[in-house]
Design a protein around this ligand. Structure first.
Ligand code: GMT
Length: 374
């Protein structure tokens, strides 16, 4: 198959899922054309079967806002015709699905029938979708796609609740690629962060308010009252300054490492003991799955799709949003003894196996074959 993959190229989970899916499909002999505005972060080095087409929006003084969606639609039309693309798989409803529907219509005028598969990732539905100004476009793009997938049952439910959707949405959970996890933790780096062998609590996100990074600091500060540990924060975003300020206020800055944006988050995960994700909303929680695949138990909220991933009491603990004491006790519970910690670690690894790419890839291929045979 020749597939055009449309995604955000940044650190966000939707871009990671699209990139890893494209790479896995290329490994199986398919031809994948990424169309986006920058090289996707997880693309890595050149691989046979993978192509990247950059969307460039010229900076005309005439426009207050650059017309990215129109240039993206034009680029899709061009790539489809030049490379005989069989189908377009868009990740994220806005503006990718709507741009794809425009491209589909332009191509239909030239008797080219192009199926569109749209994958919903969460923030496009749960955050953007709540902004009423987007609703008609999101509903339209979903209904006009040939197939729609969502990364969790919860997201499917939210989509049906918030939008006028007349399409059946297939749930295909996120996945991890085992081959990325064959690395060993950098013990020297670990010793710098935790010189006395203190356990390391880790959080990875884009530090947007929905991730509740300040709760991470609160939980860490609370846990420090009972146990000496260290906090590793990976990523960057709007709440980083406030997080640093809170650490200063509590006088714990020297126990916290802000790593910033990291291309390969598996490396810090390999030296972590517990992962924390106190999000207010999370359609799936890819960062938590990657932690689990690295054998790191997760303390998370019971928001969105997280209960579909983390099994409470075995691969981690789930708490109410904002329950600082509950999350702190959960961290302490996991770290209570060597025996308990290794039990959590092995159940976590076992649970993660259910989300291996080799189980998930056939589900996408089934959808592709279905739309191509329609
Ligand atoms: O979490 C983010 O802010 C990034 C966002 C994105 O669009 O890339 O992540 C969403 O998609 C991921 C991949 O499917 C999911 O694992 C995340 O749970 C989801 N984020 C939210 O729902 C907040």
């Amino acid at each position: 198959m020749k597939i055009a993959m449309i995604c955000y190229p940044t650190f966000g989970g939707s871009g990671v899922v699209a990139t890893e899916l494209g790479k896995a499909l290329a490994d199986k002999g398919h031809e994948i054309h990424f169309i986006t505005y920058n090289t996707p972060v997880r693309l890595g080095s050149f691989k046979s079967g993978i192509f990247y087409h950059e969307v460039r929006v010229s900076d005309y003084p005439l426009f207050d806002y650059p017309p990215y969606e129109l240039v993206l639609a034009s680029k899709m039309v061009e790539v489809v015709k030049d490379h005989d693309i069989d189908l377009i798989h868009v990740h994220y409803a806005i503006p990718h699905a709507s741009a794809a529907i425009t491209a589909k219509k332009i191509l239909a005028d030239e008797d080219i029938n192009l199926p569109i598969v749209t994958t919903l990732h969460g923030t496009d539905i749960t955050l953007l979708g709540k902004d009423i100004s987007f609703e008609p476009v999101i509903s339209y793009a979903i209904n006009k796609s040939n197939a729609v997938t969502a990364v969790s049952e919860d997201l499917k439910h939210e989509t049906n609740k918030l939008f006028g959707v007349d399409k059946d949405i297939s749930v295909i959970p996120n996945f991890f690629c085992p081959k990325h996890f064959g690395i060993v933790g950098d013990e020297e780096f670990k010793a710098v962060i935790a010189p006395k062998g203190q356990p390391i609590l880790t959080h990875i996100s884009n530090f947007r308010p929905v991730k509740r990074v300040l709760d991470v600091i609160e939980v860490f500060n609370q846990t420090l009252k009972s146990k000496d540990l260290r906090l590793l924060l990976v990523g960057d975003g709007p709440d980083r300054t406030a997080a640093e300020q809170l650490c200063r206020k509590y006088g714990i800055l020297e126990k916290v490492v802000f790593l910033g944006k990291v291309k390969n988050p598996i490396e810090p995960l390999m030296i972590s003991d517990v992962f924390i994700l106190p999000s207010e909303a999370e359609s799936f929680g890819l960062a938590a799955l990657e932690a689990m695949a690295a054998g790191v138990p997760v303390v998370a909220t019971n928001a969105g799709g997280l209960p579909e991933l983390v099994v409470n009491g075995t691969s981690g603990h789930l708490c109410e949003i904002g329950d600082i004491l509950g999350m702190s006790n959960s961290v302490l519970n996991i770290l209570e003894s060597e025996k308990r910690f290794s039990e959590f670690r092995s159940s976590t690894l076992e649970r993660a196996q259910e989300f291996r790419i080799d189980f998930i890839l056939p589900k996408y291929l089934e959808i592709y074959n279905r739309v191509l045979n329609q």
